[in-house]
Design a protein around this ligand. Structure first.
Ligand code: ADP
Length: 492
């Protein structure tokens, strides 16, 4: 097969922001260093971006600290904070085409997905939390004695937010939404693979009226800029989405100042299909569950458990649908799957394909590269996978599905839970009692029944076990950005 994208894009979106955003100003990094961000469909350089490190984080934390300790943001009428957040959502919506194109260019995801999925979800999240801004209140508590006791919920302070590259715009919304509603100020580091849309959103936040210093963005690498955020004593809380290995490093480093932490990490989610399910819906769910976002989802349904009785026929369908998936140029509206984000991810995924073969799984379809340029991988299905194989245990973060067979429900639950992860799971059945029973017994933060990848800003999301702690979205997602203060007043 020839290359997927044959020409350099002349009609790409404008690249407007490539510098650090600190205290409302665009600045080069203090070191003067930059890093390249590439188009994963063509492997060509998109832009040079200012590379922040500890010195820049220092400036950003100072700005965020000032904005929190003395600035208007935590002090303004809560409803006004909500209005500014709504304005930000409106500005994003007005630029949805440009932002979707920028996201597709930097990340490789189909522009149609960014336009109809990521950005609408991000808007929803910002608007949902805008609605919370004036609804964060405490309680009065009837304590013993002649006292008036009440609680206040106050912003936790300066939030350090470190996000990954798989959903750059959406991750910004998930992090900024609750932090801004609570009255916190922010130092954010976008992933080094995908800094561009986060910087654009910072510009729009300023236009919406977010005061200087409330949102600061320091692009750069994890061990330098990221670690500086985690270690800085001026940061009160760190919210991190990424890999478990990095979370362990962060947790150790955050210990020095006992920083509050929330982690949203990886998964190896079981997607369970019983013989009595609506098999059309289940096959579509298996497809979306693994392939959405090129398989680069922490909640990907990467272990497909299929009941013995329907196994062969069902797998045939899954394989056929995988073969017909359209892999191609993210800017072609017909494309369903773009390239993986970078060479490191591409190599890692191909390594797992090799491991699956070596360990004796059957490669039912895919397993190869698409084209000679860009990080495109064929939709890939392994059958005859055994629980102990690497492809059944480890997060691949790519378009590679492992199919496992089951017959008994108790055995199924044991196997589905036999993982250090616990982010998500799904079950497909027409038996209502069984659906709820399995949902209850699965050790995962989200269980979808007869659906997959259904997200809503109001519904909490996060992991059991090593998939993280704390929750994002919903009222629960606000909690990590708030402290509770108890005030007791003598009435004597
Ligand atoms: P992935 O493997 O998906 O890239 P990472 O956990 O490496 O996941 O990266 C997620 C985010 O964490 C990125 O923004 C990355 O730069 C950042 N990061 C990586 N290492 C560190 C670190 N030691 N301290 C803080 N942030 C880090």
């Amino acid at each position: 097969m020839s290359t997927v994208v044959t020409e350099r894009r002349s009609q790409g979106p404008p690249i407007r922001q490539t510098q650090l955003f600190i205290d409302g100003q665009w600045t080069p990094s203090r070191s003067g260093n930059t890093f390249t961000t590439i188009d994963p469909a063509t492997e060509e350089v998109i832009a040079q971006v200012a590379e922040g490190d500890a010195a820049d984080v220092e400036m950003a934390v100072r700005a965020a600290r000032r904005a929190f300790d003395d600035g208007p943001w935590p002090r303004m009428n809560a409803r006004e904070r909500g209005r500014i957040m709504l304005r930000l959502a409106d500005l994003i919506e007005a630029e949805i085409d440009e932002l979707a194109a920028l996201e597709a260019l930097d990340n490789g995801k189909p522009v149609r997905d960014a336009r109809t999925g990521d950005i609408p979800l991000a808007l929803d999240c910002l608007r949902y939390y805008a609605g919370w801004a004036d609804k964060i209140h405490g309680q009065t508590i009837p304590i013993n004695g002649d006292y008036f006791c009440y609680t206040r919920r106050e912003p936790v302070g300066v939030a350090g937010q470190i996000i990954p590259w798989n959903f750059p715009i959406l991750m910004v919304a998930w992090k900024w939404g609750p932090a801004l509603a609570a009255g916190c100020t922010i130092v954010m580091k976008p992933a080094e693979q995908t800094p561009l849309t986060c910087l654009r959103l910072a510009r729009l936040a300023q236009e919406a009226g977010v005061p200087d210093g409330v949102i600061n963005v320091v692009p750069g690498y994890g061990p330098t800029a990221g670690a500086a955020i985690v270690r800085h004593p001026g940061i009160d809380k760190v919210a991190f989405t990424g890999s478990g290995e990095t979370a362990q490093v962060i947790m150790r480093q955050a210990a020095d100042h006992l920083k509050r932490l929330t982690f949203e990490l990886g998964g190896k989610s079981p997607n369970i299909v019983f013989a009595d399910a609506d098999l059309d819906a289940a096959a579509a769910g298996a497809h979306v569950g693994i392939y959405l976002n090129q398989g680069q989802c922490c909640c990907a349904g990467s272990r497909l458990f299929v009941e013995d009785r329907i196994h062969d026929a069902f797998v045939e369908r899954v394989v056929a649908e995988s073969r017909s998936r359209r892999v191609g140029d993210p800017f072609d509206p017909a494309t369903q799957q773009g390239p993986q984000v970078d060479r490191a991810q591409f190599d890692k995924i191909m390594g797992y394909v090799e491991a699956g073969r070596r360990e004796g799984a059957t490669l039912a379809t895919g397993g190869g590269r698409v084209g000679e340029r860009g990080f495109f991988i064929e939709p890939t299905v392994f059958t005859n996978v055994r629980d102990e194989m690497a492809i059944a245990r480890e997060e691949i973060f790519g378009p590679v599905l492992s199919v496992l067979r089951f017959s008994d429900v108790d055995e199924l639950i044991r196997r589905a839970n036999a993982t250090s992860f616990g982010l998500a799971a799904a079950v497909w059945t027409r038996d209502v009692a069984r659906a709820h029973d399995v949902a209850r017994r699965l050790r995962a933060g989200t269980v979808w029944v007869n659906c997959y990848d259904v997200f809503d800003a109001a519904a909490p999301f996060g992991g059991f076990k090593q998939s993280g702690f704390g929750r994002e979205l919903g009222e629960k997602g606000l909690e990590p950005y708030l402290e509770h203060k108890t005030v007791t007043v003598s009435l004597a």
